[in-house]
Design a protein around this ligand. Structure first.
Ligand code: HEM
Length: 252
């Protein structure tokens, strides 16, 4: 058994524990546990956000109407004198709809797993003449991507349509049909990830206008040579600086 490093011993968690927990936790943390957590944070938090951002730029480029988000950003900028913070960015309604729809169409975590902790009887459908029993101890894969692309839950699933998440429509989404961050509070980085995505989108659209290039993969097709989702041939697009675009329009 490995000893805790001096740094870990310096972290006296008792006062925090008294504040936060009433239940006594007897877990002893070793260096390996801490390293594993740090690596998991890196692995779970890096590719997921970069892949989502690549798809977000793609969707913005091929759906110019969605760049009305740029208008919301401009209005927000004027209202807040060019500054933004965690709270103000959360109040951007259309931004939230765009990011939510992006995580619906392109969830970077395409599936998740669970282990069944008791026997569970499932009735496949009304016509089935026998039950399907999921035995305790069985590993179960839950195909998030397939749920998100099922027309029963999301009509016209290949359409990138932020309106699915508007105030008027979002109540129509079945709670367990949409799960980009999994079930329950397991993804410890979900709020951080949403904030990162919104801040990056804000900064990009404040300065640039995105459009497809000759190499942009239209219609979108997923590459089969990688475990993580990415587009066939890569994520190519054009980006023009907003000021350049305005100058070109003036000179036309
Ligand atoms: C768009 C970005 C992200 C997506 C879509 C995402 C999605 C997910 C999903 C689906 C799971 C599995 C949840 C479950 O089994 O119910 C998960 C777990 C996890 N995520 Fe994220 N994640 C993202 C970003 C992040 C970031 C930025 C961090 C950390 C800084 C992070 C840390 C974790 C950790 C530590 C777990 C494992 C939790 C556990 O096994 O108990 N994630 N994430």
């Amino acid at each position: 058994m490995k000893m805790l490093s001096p740094m870990t011993q310096l972290l006296d968690l008792q006062p925090l524990k008294n504040l936060l927990w009433t239940k006594e936790l007897n877990r002893v943390w070793h260096d390996d546990d801490l390293i594993a957590q740090a690596v998991l944070f890196f692995v779970a938090g890096f590719e997921s956000v970069s892949s989502t951002m690549s798809f977000l730029l793609y969707e913005l480029a091929v759906n110019p109407d969605v760049q009305e988000l740029a208008q919301e950003i401009k209005e927000h900028d004027v209202k807040n004198g060019g500054k933004f913070d965690f709270t103000s960015i959360q109040n951007m309604t259309y931004m939230d709809m765009v990011v939510s729809e992006l995580l619906r169409r392109w969830p970077p975590a395409v599936a998740m797993d669970r282990v069944c902790n008791k026997d569970y009887t499932c009735r496949p459908n009304d016509k089935a003449d026998r039950d399907f029993i999921l035995r305790k101890g069985t590993g179960v894969m839950i195909p998030t991507f397939a749920f998100h692309h099922d027309p029963e839950f999301f009509p016209d699933p290949e359409k990138f349509d932020p309106e699915r998440f508007s105030e008027e429509n979002k109540h129509k989404i079945q709670p367990l049909a949409y799960m980009p961050f999994g079930f329950g509070p397991r993804c410890i980085g979900s709020r951080f990830a949403l904030c990162e995505l919104k801040v990056m989108t804000y900064q990009v659209l404040r300065r640039m206008v995105l459009s497809p290039s000759e190499k942009t993969c239209i219609p979108a097709e997923l590459s089969t040579d990688s475990f993580n989702i990415r587009l066939q041939g890569g994520h190519w697009l054009r980006s023009d600086f907003e000021s350049k675009r305005r100058r070109m329009k003036r000179n036309q």
